[in-house]
Design a protein. Structure first.
Length: 309
């Protein structure tokens, strides 16, 4: 009999996801897609990758689907978390259990073969993630990434980019050379203590305008300095991130995407109430038409192009 491998201890100080999220007061439109969420393990079933930079608490597909239903979300896009490295088994297992209600973004190595790519495609994978955040990956060699990009382009997939805003000037040329549509995580992680109409975020939006780029207006909880609390007595969670997200929604109404980022890896300050993240939406998409595009029409075009809501 094989001996069971004991679970690794969770990273000290790790914040567990919010177990009893509030029922949102804002009702999401039918067909809403959460385009940024992850699965962690469970590690006893899907062990984490040896090269990972953190060991999280478990966050299973069943728990993700329960959150989906609680929030009034219809579909998920599950982004491979770095703690699973390039082993996409847990994510693919979740796609297969979703009854067609989830798509995936994989992490792959440059030597991946066509057979494996086709199997990922059949399971519902529609893109790969290139991660440039130094605390999450050891390196991001452009030659390797270019090779991956060349292999996935014929499948009609796209590339999800995760980087820090300070690195955009160095990376922009490489990004522009990639042969697929690009999807940027968390608005390119702006420094929200700077003005939303200042040079840094304006440069990011010029990059969006000049290329085939979609923007996830996600992760206010990760970017915010003011946090989830009321501001000046008003119920305005993550108020300092709002001008950035709102500017992206207004300038690129057809290329913005929303998501929860559940189970919120590597937060150290607070763990967001996912119900509150839904209540945040009307602050950044102020008209019903903007919300319909952000939450339903845009993600359906990208991930379920031939399906009705
Ligand atoms: C996010 C952000 C983070 C982590 C990951 O895959 C990951 O480990 O994406 C982070 O630590 O900023 O998008 O979930």
């Amino acid at each position: 009999m094989p001996t069971a491998v004991p679970n690794s201890p969770i990273t000290p100080g790790w914040l567990d996801w919010y177990h009893n999220p509030s029922a949102p007061t804002f009702t999401l439109p039918p067909g809403t897609v959460d385009t940024h969420c992850h699965i962690f393990g469970p590690q006893a079933v899907f062990p984490f990758a040896p090269e990972r930079k953190y060991t999280p608490c478990d966050a299973s597909k069943k728990q993700l689907f329960a959150l989906r239903d609680h929030l009034g979300v219809s579909r998920n896009v599950i982004v491979q978390a770095t703690c699973h490295g390039a082993d996409n088994t847990a994510m693919v297992d979740a796609l297969q259990a979703s009854g067609g209600r989830a798509r995936g973004i994989a992490a792959v190595r440059p030597d991946i073969g066509e057979h494996e790519l086709l199997a990922l495609d059949a399971a519902g994978v529609r893109g790969v993630r290139f991660n440039f955040v130094r605390r999450l990956v050891d390196s991001s060699p452009e030659d390797d990434l270019s090779l991956i990009a060349k292999k996935i382009a014929p499948l009609g997939w796209h590339i999800v980019l995760y980087f820090e805003s300070a690195d955009l000037p160095d990376l922009e040329g490489f990004f522009a050379s990639l042969p697929t549509p690009l999807v940027v995580d968390h608005m390119g992680r702006p420094d929200v203590t700077r003005p939303a109409d200042g040079p840094e975020f304006s440069r990011f939006l010029r990059f969006v305008a000049a290329n085939d780029v979609w923007v996830k207006v996600t992760c206010p909880e990760r970017l915010s300095e003011t946090g989830p609390a009321a501001l000046n007595g008003e119920h305005r969670p993550y108020a300092d991130v709002v001008p950035f997200a709102r500017r992206a929604v207004e300038e690129f109404p057809d290329r913005v995407l929303w998501g929860t980022d559940w189970p919120h890896p590597n937060l150290t300050d607070h763990m967001p109430d996912d119900g509150l993240l839904v209540d945040y939406v009307p602050q950044i998409a102020v008209t019903a038409e903007q919300r319909q595009r952000l939450l339903v029409d845009n993600p359906m075009r990208l991930y379920w192009p031939s399906e009705e809501v």
